[in-house]
Design a protein around this ligand. Structure first.
Ligand code: GRF
Length: 199
């Protein structure tokens, strides 16, 4: 089984990307972090990648207008020999060229138990607020394959996070994020080990 060659797309903090990079460095995950791309030149994700010695690029609708943004992302991923694309808090929809070239091999993590609390507009604090106002006792984390629709593709892994009485969206978000940092590297490990087969 060849080592996974990972390409990250991240818009903000990049803490999930960091958890995966750390897992690779510590030998818990047989994968090579090859490149990071962000649409946000100021993102912590780009800083984290550079600090880890991973080539990091800013590609946005400003640097590459129109269909060029999608094409440039695909060019960068290919140039670095990426075989698996890892979305880690990437706030934009993946374009058709990249989606076509990497169909079935683009992963995303979502801070809830999909198909609940997913879809357009369901991101960040809003997810946890919706979970709390619905009175859920359990929420969680989902790792899934990306397709044309938001938060929609095949579910690869999920884990539960209990909702506590008098939880706030912030407290819940923090506990969910901690589980994300465990589940994302672990799902990639299972892919690398052939336990999960991507189409
Ligand atoms: C995470 O909550 C993830 O589930 C969602 O965006 C957030 C990214 O956080 N897709 P980070 O940038 O990895 O810190």
């Amino acid at each position: 089984m060849p080592t996974l060659r990972l390409g990250f797309l991240a818009s903000h903090g990049g803490s999930n990307m960091q958890a995966i990079i750390d897992a690779c460095k510590q030998g818990r995950l047989d994968a090579a972090p090859c490149v990071a791309i962000s649409n946000n030149s100021e993102s912590m994700a780009l800083q984290r990648a550079r600090r880890a010695g991973i080539p990091a690029y800013h590609v946005s609708a400003v640097t590459h207008p129109g269909a060029e943004e999608d094409r440039e992302i695909l060019r960068v991923l290919r140039r670095h020999g990426v075989d698996t694309v890892v979305l880690a808090g990437y706030m934009k929809r993946i374009g058709p060229e990249t989606l076509g070239a990497y169909r079935g091999r683009i992963l995303n993590i979502h801070p809830a138990l999909l198909p609940k609390y997913g879809g357009r507009g369901m991101y960040g604090k809003r997810v946890h607020e919706a979970v709390l106002s619905a009175g859920e006792r359990v929420t969680g984390v989902t790792v899934h394959v990306v397709d044309e629709l938001y938060d929609h593709g095949r579910i690869l892994a999920q884990c539960d996070v209990p909702v506590r009485e008098r939880d706030t969206a912030e407290a819940l978000a923090e506990r969910v994020l901690r589980e994300e940092h465990r589940l994302y590297p672990d799902t990639l490990r299972r892919i690398a080990a052939g336990e999960i087969v991507l189409d």
